[in-house]
Design a protein around this ligand. Structure first.
Ligand SMILES: NC(=O)C1=CN([C@@H]2O[C@H](COP(=O)(O)OP(=O)(O)OC[C@H]3O[C@@H](n4cnc5c(N)ncnc54)[C@H](O)[C@@H]3O)[C@@H](O)[C@H]2O)C=CC1
Ligand SMILES: O=C(O)C(=O)COP(=O)(O)O
Length: 387
């Protein structure tokens, strides 16, 4: 029986279905793996029993992924699984920031007792006249799963769409409408934008990338939308831009002590991925990643280890070594196997950044002293006997 600890409400109804051979446990110290969403794990004492963590969602800035890599813990996310949900709410925010929808609805509620409300509403409506999105310039920062969908949707709305992403993947470049114009710098993107929307992960080079200099390049009265992370913007600069009129509206998914005090905001409760469909997509992807890793050692969509697959574990034994990406690891591993006279059927070695993964099938079970010898190789973080 494999044991899973869930952190956060993975879905609204709390349902998580791993199927036969799995049990949900209440203590992380009894679990093999963690399924989670947005809880911050920095400073959390990860029990040694945990071999993998799957984040249902995209952003992993809440997880110390490199620290966990060095403990031999594979961290997964579910790329793209909630991107449509975020795209749709961003489009909603574009419209709310342009048409006085919320203000008009507030007027109606405030005048609910007015017997002449139908007539009076006709007089009131001029206060809520907005403008159309068609023909307006929007800058999209980050053209990954969410940003590329937002950019394409804005093209469909007739907007003039500009995108900035120095690290765009081939897959997302292909997915992007030819009408999206790519620019080489964040400053060129911001220049003369009516709207700016942010879709980059929170990491050292993106923290605070939207500050006074960038905001100063937008058209006066522009709209800023941040459904990425609260850390991406310089909050004081956004506050000043709202008060000074450079920004007319700021829409964001993060209610921080500073954003909630700003004027002209639409702030939501980190609800970008808040649809039943997105929750189910993320949970399905994260659960299948965890199951394939626990049962077969295969890695897909990890943020701290390379992708690696040898299919189902069918040989007598399958072993996985999680180690640093340094020279001579394969040599040292095969030397230990040679000592045991073990016959390796298949072996794969993959690396990503500072970490690497070596997995092999053997004809017979290895002796326990061989497993111990593998664990003692310097720079090996963990050895898993999968079968
Ligand atoms: N509000 C919410 O509920 C949600 C928020 N998010 C946030 O949005 C972020 C983006 O999500 P996805 O599009 O799914 O991720 P993704 O990984 O598919 O795309 C991120 C894109 O940002 C680009 N990028 C990285 N550094 C950059 C930089 N310095 N300048 C410009 N572009 C840069 C990457 O090349 C990539 O194309 C997540 O990391 C997460 O923080 C994601 C989903 C839901
Ligand atoms: O996927 C992401 O990065 C998100 O921000 C979604 O977070 P959540 O799973 O809704 O807590």
């Amino acid at each position: 029986m494999r044991r899973i600890k869930t952190i956060d409400d993975i879905t609204k109804d709390g349902q998580v279905e791993f199927g036969e051979g799995y049990q949900i446990v209440s203590e992380a110290s009894e679990a093999d793996a963690i399924l989670m969403r947005s809880t911050d794990l920095h400073g959390y004492e990860l029990p040694p029993s945990i071999r993998a963590i799957a984040r249902c969602g995209a952003g992993v800035n809440n997880i110390p992924v490199e620290e966990y890599a060095r403990q031999g813990v594979v961290v997964f996310n579910s790329p793209g699984a909630n991107a449509n949900a975020v795209k749709e709410i961003v489009i909603a925010m574009l419209i709310l920031s342009s048409r006085g929808v919320v203000q008009s609805m507030e007027w109606v509620r405030a005048h609910a007792d007015d017997p002449d409300i139908l007539v009076d509403a006709e007089k009131a409506k001029k206060a809520f006249v907005g403008h159309e999105l068609k023909g307006k310039r929007i800058g999209v920062v980050g053209l990954g799963n969410v940003g590329s969908k937002v950019a394409n949707a804005c093209v469909d709305l007739g907007m003039d769409v500009f995108g900035y992403d120095p690290f765009i993947s081939v897959e997302h470049a292909w997915a992007l409408s030819q009408s999206v114009q790519r620019v080489g710098t964040l400053e060129d993107l911001c220049r003369n934008c009516d709207y700016l929307t942010l879709h980059v992960p929170s990491k050292p080079d993106t923290v605070g990338i939207i500050g006074a200099d960038q905001l100063g390049l937008l058209k006066p009265g522009a709209v800023l939308i941040n459904f990425a992370r609260e850390t991406i913007i310089d909050e004081d600069a956004v506050d000043a831009a709202l008060r000074g009129g450079r920004l007319s509206w700021f829409s964001c998914d993060f209610a921080t002590p500073k954003t909630v005090r700003m004027p002209n905001t639409f702030i939501t409760t980190h609800s970008g991925a808040g649809t039943g469909e997105a929750e189910a997509n993320c949970a399905d992807m994260a659960i299948s990643e965890l199951k394939d890793y626990l049962e077969n050692g295969n890695i897909a969509n990890s943020v701290n280890y390379p992708s690696c697959s040898m299919g189902k574990a069918r040989a007598a034994s399958r072993i996985a070594c999680l180690h640093a990406n340094v020279p001579n690891m394969i040599g040292q591993i095969t030397a230990v196997l040679a000592h045991d006279n073990a016959n390796v059927q298949r072996m794969v070695n993959e690396s990503a950044g500072e970490n690497a993964y070596t997995m092999f099938d053997t004809d017979e079970h290895l002796e326990s002293k061989t497993i111990e010898a593998l664990k003692e190789i310097p720079a090996v973080y963990r050895v898993r006997v999968i079968k």
